[in-house]
Design a binder for this molecule. Structure first.
Ligand code: R1P
Length: 293
């Protein structure tokens, strides 16, 4: 079936609508960052850069490091952007832009998020690194896709029971990381945990400036949940969408977080840029030394 002009939107130069990219512009190994400014903070470590493109908040650099072709792209903030970035990146490899048909032989992409996040456990210090083994999405993105077989329904059920928030009409979805991809980036420097993704930075992460929260113990309820010996460790705004859309499309994804805030102790990193730079260098080192990507 040929996709209509209003569904698969291509620019006059043949690039995909929001990302402004052509199929040959991306690698199958893709690092996602939230901040467009972080793209060059990653690509400055490449041996060479072949592509630099930007449209809106979506900045893309593709280059080589130690013989590996790597793309780094900024998603901006939030899972609404993740919906655009992941659908369009998948289209670049799995839809033929000339026939506008889905290809029969699918290409699998590997996504590594290098993001920032706030811990909700007092023993996870600022400037530490955390890998999300599962992500819980409060943002509703996956509810708009036929996603049943890709979600962790047992985690969802236990969480619903623990939170008891049915009266608030909150029904988060849960998706796991790709274990094989995660193993590449594991070490004793990285803590593992369940990440909560939400649709905002203030109220939806339990922050009160001038507006009163509806659920006054939001973070405390999350922090006291335990699933198969794992805690909910941190809050951010993209990982659940990334895990969900990667799984639905048949791609692999892992989310790595530099912890900048500790919401339980009230601390905020004094060296956030350094922590992010260290996570970038750590991730690239693990990536180039792996034979699995
Ligand atoms: C909020 O400040 C932003 O920072 C975190 C959140 O997920 C949100 O996108 O991640 P990034 O630093 O990767 O953008």
């Amino acid at each position: 079936m040929s996709l209509g002009n209003s569904e698969l939107i291509l620019n006059p130069d043949g690039s995909i609508y929001h990302l402004n990219l052509l199929p040959e512009d991306i690698s199958t190994t893709i690092i996602t960052v939230g901040d467009p400014g972080r793209v060059s903070a990653v690509s400055k470590y490449f041996d060479s850069i072949e592509i630099k493109k930007q449209h809106r908040e979506f900045c893309t650099h593709t280059g080589h490091l130690d013989g590996k072709r790597i793309t780094v792209i900024s998603t901006g903030i939030g899972t609404d952007n993740i919906d655009i970035v992941f659908n369009e990146l998948d289209a670049l490899v799995n839809i033929n832009f000339k026939t506008r048909e889905v290809k029969s032989n699918k290409i699998q992409l590997s996504f590594i998020r290098i993001g920032t996040s706030g811990s909700i456990q007092p023993d996870i210090p600022v400037d530490s690194f955390l890998m999300s083994t599962s992500a819980i999405g409060f943002d509703n993105l996956l509810h708009f896709y036929d996603s049943g077989q890709f979600t962790n329904t047992s985690l969802e059920k236990e969480l619903y029971r623990h939170l008891g928030w049915d009266r608030h009409k909150i029904h988060p979805y849960a998706v796991d990381f790709d274990k094989n991809l995660g193993e590449i980036f594991a070490s004793n420097r990285i803590r593992f945990g369940i990440t909560c993704t939400n649709s905002g930075f203030y109220g939806p992460q339990g922050r009160t400036l001038r507006l009163n929260p509806k659920i006054t113990d939001f973070n405390e309820r999350l922090a006291s949940f335990i699933y198969q010996n794992q805690q909910i460790t941190n809050l951010e705004m993209e990982t659940a969408g990334i895990y969900g859309l990667a799984k639905l499309h048949g791609h692999r994804a892992v989310s790595l977080n530099a912890i900048l805030a500790n919401r339980a102790t009230g601390e905020f990193s004094k060296g956030g840029a350094k922590a992010v730079d260290e996570l970038i260098r750590y991730t690239l080192k693990k990536l180039v030394s792996s034979s699995l990507i």
